[in-house]
Design a protein around this ligand. Structure first.
Ligand code: 13P
Length: 265
């Protein structure tokens, strides 16, 4: 039986003081009474303060990205050991926004600017290996754009993203990874993926992992759905056999909404 996991991706929101306020509100809303694994992922600048605010809450801390090198001349990058140092246990990798793929069009982002977001399946592979080596749990995101969905290549896109992201990683390490199916067109748009379809693609992720490794690994990995998860659709999504949790964006910035999604799990 796979344990449900709900993670809040706060994206580029909240100062340190606001992060502590939100954590205190989430703690009060959950009152220590939840069965799922719960993770919050603030910005880098709020991680240290968030870590102490989360003390003894049972809620875990995650980061939104990292670099794969441990140290060196990499201006602006953050390593796995730095994340561990501030108390993070999880790290989101390969988010579509870090790949320069946005659900809501960004009118001032030209194709040239988008290409500089720079995340690829190969960099995600290196980051996943580095996170696992450091003892962080990677939340590896995959998902198709609306153009890819309309072209009927959703399953192929997801399979390719997974195949490269998991290169050279042994099955016992893969079992520790949390995967997130995040259709790009459902992120921040309010247009949630139909629960049957979300479950089907999460099933494709599971069978791809089984094909790359073995059926036991496929059955072990936890797979979240992300993209416009709200209190009113969470229970339906979370009741599906292949959906083991949610990666929540906008609704994770409201303590009552986030708590309601945790309770739905
Ligand atoms: P929304 O819940 O705001 O659609 O964002 C989902 C997401 O990108 C989580 O990583």
């Amino acid at each position: 039986m796979r344990h449900k996991i709900i993670a809040g991706n706060w994206k580029m929101h909240k100062t340190t003081a606001e992060a502590v306020e939100l954590i205190n509100e989430i703690r009060a809303a959950l009152s220590g009474d939840f069965a799922a694994d719960v993770v919050v992922c603030p910005t880098f600048t709020a991680l240290y303060t968030a870590s102490s605010a989360l003390k003894d809450s049972g809620i875990k801390l995650g980061a939104q990205n990292m670099f794969w090198k441990d140290k060196g001349a990499y201006t602006g990058q953050i390593s796995s050991s730095m994340l561990k140092d501030v108390g993070a246990e999880y790290v989101i990798l390969g988010h579509s926004e870090a790949r320069g793929r946005f659900g809501v069009p960004e009118p001032d982002f030209t194709p040239e600017i988008l290409s500089y977001f720079g995340e690829s399946d190969s960099t995600i592979n290196r980051k996943t290996i580095a996170a696992l080596t450091a003892g962080l749990v990677p939340i590896v995101c995959v998902g198709e754009t609306i153009d890819e969905r309309n072209a009927g290549v959703t399953d192929r896109v997801v399979e390719e993203q997974l195949t490269v992201a998991l290169e050279t990683i042994p099955s016992e390490e893969t079992c520790k990874i949390v995967f997130a199916y995040e259709p790009v067109w459902a992120i921040g748009t309010g247009e949630v993926c139909d629960a049957d379809e979300a479950d089907r693609v999460c099933g494709v992720i599971r069978s791809t992992v089984a094909k790359l490794f073995d059926s036991a690994t496929g059955e072990t990995v936890r797979i979240q759905y992300g993209g416009s998860v709200k209190p009113n659709n969470a229970a339906d999504l979370l009741s599906r056999p292949n959906i083991d949790g949610a990666l929540v964006g906008g609704a994770s910035l409201s303590a009552s909404d986030f708590a309601a999604i945790v309770m739905a799990a």
